[in-house]
Design a binder for this molecule. Structure first.
Ligand SMILES: [Zn+2]
Length: 252
């Protein structure tokens, strides 16, 4: 369906359409960065001006196929709003749980990259061995593995674990990041995932951890940047330029 046709027929607001385009762009850049797991991970964004509604990928689409109009609009009860569309049950549980628990958040990302699953299985958790790790350690949390996040009880537990952290390592499972905007959430995920890649590449030998007091000062300084209101904006402009220059059809 053509973009203008979908917008006209569905009475999609300009703000929702912009969010749809940015969320579709998020899937596309994740595909380029190979942060994918076939069809089994998901990103969501709140619909501006529609409390209780959020957008998520249609189950079955690869990240390089997702477009603004193919995203599914849902509510917290699991109802699809407007256009029909399949969604992943675990995706609904995770994203509705986090968005309900975090009214300040507008975007949630969830990935299963190999490096992140590897670090999620390490008892030590994310170690302060790289600058990338310092960027996220100030807002890092953990969530224990559950039965594939498939029931609503899990929403409450996950919501509690996400209450005070924006970067979550899901034990034996992967990563989750939370932010006020798509670009902010992406930047947190980029550094969290990169920190996991570095930790797995470094191996389990004797490693140099950033010592105190530099460690605490660095973590506090980087954490403060999360709240400046522009976190990730500059990088996001470059991502959009890249996708547009390559002719990616994510705006369809
Ligand atoms: Zn998962």
């Amino acid at each position: 369906m053509a973009v203008t046709t979908l917008k006209r027929q569905s009475n999609i607001s300009d703000a929702e359409w912009e969010t749809r385009c940015n969320l579709a762009a998020l899937y596309r850049i994740l595909d380029k960065l190979r942060m994918t797991d076939l069809i089994y991970t998901h990103m969501s964004a709140r619909v501006p001006g529609e409390p209780g509604h959020f957008l998520i990928n249609r189950y079955g689409e690869f990240f390089n196929e997702i477009t603004a109009s193919s995203l599914v609009k849902m509510d917290y009860d699991g109802n699809v709003i407007g256009e029909t569309g399949n969604f992943n049950d675990a995706g609904f549980t995770i994203h509705s749980g986090v968005l309900m628990a975090r009214p300040d958040a507008n975007c949630v990302m969830h990935l299963h990259t190999r490096s992140s699953v590897a670090v999620s299985a390490q008892k030590c958790g994310l170690r302060p061995i790289s600058q990338q790790s310092l960027l996220v350690l100030g807002s890092l949390g953990y969530h224990d593995y559950d039965v594939a996040s498939g029931n609503l009880d899990e929403r409450e537990v996950l919501g509690r674990d996400c209450a005070k952290a924006d970067c979550i390592i899901l034990r034996n499972h992967g990563l989750l990041t939370i932010g006020k905007s798509i670009q902010e959430t992406f930047k947190k995920m980029y550094f969290l995932e990169t920190a996991c890649q570095i930790q797995t590449a470094a191996g389990d030998g004797e490693l140099i951890e950033v010592p105190e007091p530099v460690l605490s000062k660095s973590i506090a300084r980087y954490k403060a940047k999360f709240d400046d209101g522009t976190y990730g904006d500059l990088e996001w402009e470059g991502i959009i330029r890249t996708l547009d220059r390559e002719g990616a059809d994510y705006r369809n």
